[in-house]
Design a protein around this ligand. Structure first.
Ligand code: 9D3
Length: 224
């Protein structure tokens, strides 16, 4: 899968190349991640990517020309929906991630400052995505969240395909409790049933735990 990111801070994405599942997917040739800097598509001496807002007010707005020039170049090299990460977007969930993971390409546009000139959004954006109702300083971390969540669904990347299927949220339930050695830690024993070797009983116990935890902590997942 090809993922292209438009960002004025491409260096923020280095950890995805260096660590974990995204590193592994890139290594295996299953993820092709490229960052593009709108600053490289400016034409003025100062390489200006922002401007003062018409109408006044605080902060700066991302200028349209560098962004659209950057997008023009990106779209010569890949195809797929252009996703703008913005607080005004629909909140990201596992259903959206699953659909994104089936695409052959996707383009993320990340904003800084107060956001992007509206005319870019009107003409070039297919969808706006947020990760929740809290204030970040830009879309980069959000793009990274989406990229990691997408990558672990690319076939063959997880190594253990069952892991993705058993996820909380893909089952619609929260996870059950996990234990490893030792049998007793700080005086707290592993539940006997997990040592019983009876896999039917273990499965039933885990489902019960998942259901109870979901009812207690996230009842919205059982109704909505
Ligand atoms: C304090 C600035 N706000 C004025 C009302 C508006 C604002 C502009 C830009 C708030 C946040 C941002 C930068 N955020 C993102 O680019 C962003 C984001 C987020 O802040 N929260 C959750 N999801 C996302 S996706 C992109």
């Amino acid at each position: 899968m090809k993922v292209d990111v438009i960002t004025i801070f491409p260096g923020m994405f280095q950890p995805l190349l260096d660590y974990g599942i995204t590193h592994k997917a890139i290594d295996q040739g299953k993820l092709n991640l490229r960052c593009w800097n709108p600053r490289d598509f400016t034409t003025d001496r100062r390489r200006t990517v922002d401007g003062r807002p018409y109408g006044g007010g605080p902060g700066m707005v991302m200028k349209p020309e560098p962004l659209t020039a950057c997008l023009d170049t990106v779209q010569l090299e890949t195809t797929g929906p252009v996703i703008y990460l913005s607080p005004q977007g629909k909140q990201l969930d596992q259903d959206i991630i699953k659909k994104m993971s089936k695409l052959s390409g996707i383009i993320f546009l990340t904003g800084r400052y107060e956001g992007v000139d509206e005319r870019v959004l009107q003409t070039r954006i297919d969808r706006e995505i947020s990760i929740g109702d809290y204030v970040l300083a830009g879309g980069e971390l959000v793009a990274m969240v989406a990229i990691e969540a997408i990558t672990r669904l690319i076939p063959g990347v997880l190594g253990n395909d069952l892991s993705a299927k058993n996820d909380s949220f893909s089952s619609g339930l929260l996870d059950y409790p996990h234990y490893t050695r030792p049998k007793i830690f700080k005086g707290i024993a592993v539940p006997d049933i997990l040592l019983s070797g009876n896999h039917n009983k273990i499965q039933t116990w885990r489902l019960w735990q998942s259901l109870n935890r979901t009812r207690q902590r996230r009842p919205d997942l059982l109704t909505d």
